[in-house]
Design a protein around this ligand. Structure first.
Ligand SMILES: [Fe+2]
Length: 130
């Protein structure tokens, strides 16, 4: 999606979050380690659906419609992640997994910050009538 974005701001936001995601993967590995489990990948049907939707958008839209659509697609990912990390964080807390709770809270904060950046971009730039 970062490659498809022509506007510099959404492109940078997507690239920055890609780097944050790499840090999040390390934190998730720590979460698993802290509860005595080994991290492993698992396909997520919801994310697969969001990716499919974004792929369709990139095939069909162009120009400002593509920029606005990509931003909305990025926010859909963030909203999903916020929902999931929020739940996981609370479950970790309830189960007494303090380190996992702390790490998941950090990831949740990153996701919220990214969403706030995207919202700001939408309101001040991408979705602003010209
Ligand atoms: Fe994210």
């Amino acid at each position: 999606m970062a490659k498809a974005a022509n506007d510099a701001k959404p492109k940078k936001a997507a690239e920055d979050h890609l780097e944050e995601t790499k840090v999040q993967i390390k934190k998730l590995e720590q979460v698993f380690k802290s509860i005595g489990k080994t991290a492993s990948g698992e396909k997520c049907d919801a994310i697969e659906g969001l990716i499919k939707e974004a792929d369709g958008l990139m095939e069909e839209a162009s120009g400002t419609a593509l920029e606005a659509g990509l931003l909305a697609a990025c926010q859909a990912f963030e909203h999903y992640e916020i929902s999931r990390y929020g739940s996981l964080r609370e479950w970790a807390k309830n189960l007494g997994h303090d380190e996992a709770h702390k790490l998941l809270s950090e990831i949740l904060d990153h996701e919220k910050a990214t969403n706030n950046k995207l919202t700001n971009l939408a309101v001040t730039s991408i979705n602003k009538p010209s």
